[in-house]
Design a protein around this ligand. Structure first.
Ligand SMILES: Cc1ncc(COP(=O)(O)O)c(C=O)c1O
Length: 446
């Protein structure tokens, strides 16, 4: 076994990391093992995984049932293609298991290897659908500021976080952004008298469709709860209004449930909370609890009809080598079985409430917290002046103070501390997370 310093040297010499910059790779935490909500570094230090990996390790680390499922499938048939004319048992089982699981009209699944590939598949399916219906100009996609949809070219263009763009411009044409229903920062002058925030933010979609022309807009994409862009929980009237506008202007609604799917928000799939169904759902991450890469889209019955009734020369010519990967699907099948057995959505609801109440108590204690928000086991505190909304610029300090006390988490922008622990977290572990954040805040603001 190499010494930690030698491992670090090799990392710095040869590993180009996501969002790479040498300033952030000087002393990375090099994780070696994990169990439950805990991660352990090569130096033997343990941390609570406050972000469940990247929002994905729903089941917690070190689950040997998933390891067995992967090993069994690899020994039986690790890989085969699912291109037209071939199929495999785990992928069929998973597609069947997922039929109607999220929303009653989503019964057909295409598999990818992750979230960005899922959204690419969704955007291409939108184009395909409208072309087949004789409306080839409906290609534009409207998304939201602070939205995160992955960073392949089209997904990056849908992503509404401008920091991802400049060094990779030009973006794919036809992607535009409207304001998110961000209660803490929504400009008051953009809400009309008598209008709610949800209505105002939904009106922004209608105005964008009218401005661009209904005949040019193919889809609207949104995360039910915005994650990487700042943990933005919409008001209850937002998505029902969005659905209504999409229907009125014949715009497909893509729900990006890459983070919110499989229990994270306390619902198995987030839009159920508001009684809304999308036309396409993107998923990834939690479907395997991150143990193997897998994602996909589910399409509504009406989109499926258009695909399966196409003449051969207009077929849905979209594919990935790893669509329906047998081993990834076998792990997903086992993972979903366990998540349901453990009823992690219920745990997310109960522990999420405990987490939110604990964070609200911290807000009452520390003036530096401008806003506290959360739903299920996704939560955030935003450090800012409550009146002027001026960012406090202390996020990185608080993050480091948490890390020193054994809590690994992430800061969004300069001041949003986000939490999304594994869905198997216990009440005692939530209390430990809160205790650490409280101590970190006390130190930082002393
Ligand atoms: C909502 C959402 N969509 C898409 C993605 C992209 O997923 P991937 O990194 O697997 O491409 C992410 C990743 O964090 C995400 O949070």
């Amino acid at each position: 076994m190499l010494a930690p310093t030698e491992i670090l040297e090799k990392d710095q010499a040869h590993f180009l990391h996501p969002l790479h910059h040498p300033s952030t790779t000087q002393s990375p935490l090099i994780f070696e093992s994990g169990h439950g909500i805990w991660l352990r570094t090569v130096e033997g230090k343990e941390y609570i995984d406050g972000m469940a990996g990247l929002w994905n390790v729903l089941i917690g680390h070190g689950n040997t049932e998933l390891a067995d499922a992967a090993r069994d499938q690899i020994a039986t048939l690790a890989y085969c293609s699912s291109y037209a004319g071939t199929s495999n048992l785990p992928a069929i089982e998973l597609a069947d298991r997922m039929a109607g699981m999220a929303y009653p009209s989503l019964n057909t699944t295409f598999f990818t290897s992750g979230g960005a590939e899922s959204n690419e598949s969704a955007f291409k399916t939108v184009r395909y659908y409208w072309k087949r219906l004789g409306k080839p100009n409906k290609t534009k996609v409207i998304s939201r500021q602070h939205g995160y949809h992955g960073i392949t070219l089209a997904a990056m263009s849908a992503t509404g976080m401008s920091a991802y763009w400049p060094m990779f411009e030009p973006r794919v044409p036809g992607f535009l952004h409207i304001p998110a229903p961000y209660a803490f920062r929504y400009p008051a002058d953009q809400i009309r008298p008598g209008e709610s925030l949800g209505q105002a933010a939904a009106r922004a979609l209608e105005e964008a469709i009218l401005r661009e022309g209904q005949d040019t807009v193919g889809a609207f994409i949104a995360e039910p709860v915005q994650g990487a862009g700042g943990l933005i929980v919409p008001p209850d009237d937002y998505f029902p209004a969005i659905r209504e506008i999409c229907d009125r202007y014949e715009v497909l609604f893509i729900a990006d449930e890459v983070i919110t799917g499989f229990g994270r928000t306390g619902e198995w799939f987030a839009l159920n909370r508001w009684g809304v169904e999308p036309d396409i759902m993107s998923f990834a991450k939690g479907i395997t609890s991150g143990y193997l890469p897998l994602g996909g889209i589910q399409v509504s019955d009406k989109i499926r009809e258009v695909i399966v009734n196409a003449p051969a020369n207009e077929r849905w010519m979209h594919a990935y080598t790893y669509s329906g990967h047998p081993t990834c699907c076998a792990v997903a099948n086992k993972n979903l079985e366990i998540l349901q057995r453990l009823d992690v959505a219920e745990n997310a609801r109960v522990q999420g409430q405990r987490l939110l109440e604990g964070l609200q108590a911290l807000e009452a204690e520390f003036d530096v917290i401008g806003d506290t928000r959360g739903i299920g086991l996704m939560a955030a505190i935003e450090f800012a002046d409550r009146e002027t909304k001026q960012p406090a610029q202390i996020g990185e300090k608080v993050r480091k103070a948490c890390l020193e006390r054994g809590l690994f988490t992430r800061i969004i922008g300069s001041d949003i501390l986000s939490l999304a622990p594994p869905l198997v977290i216990s009440a005692e572990e939530i209390d430990l997370v809160l205790q650490i954040i409280g101590e970190a805040l006390a130190e930082t603001t002393r």
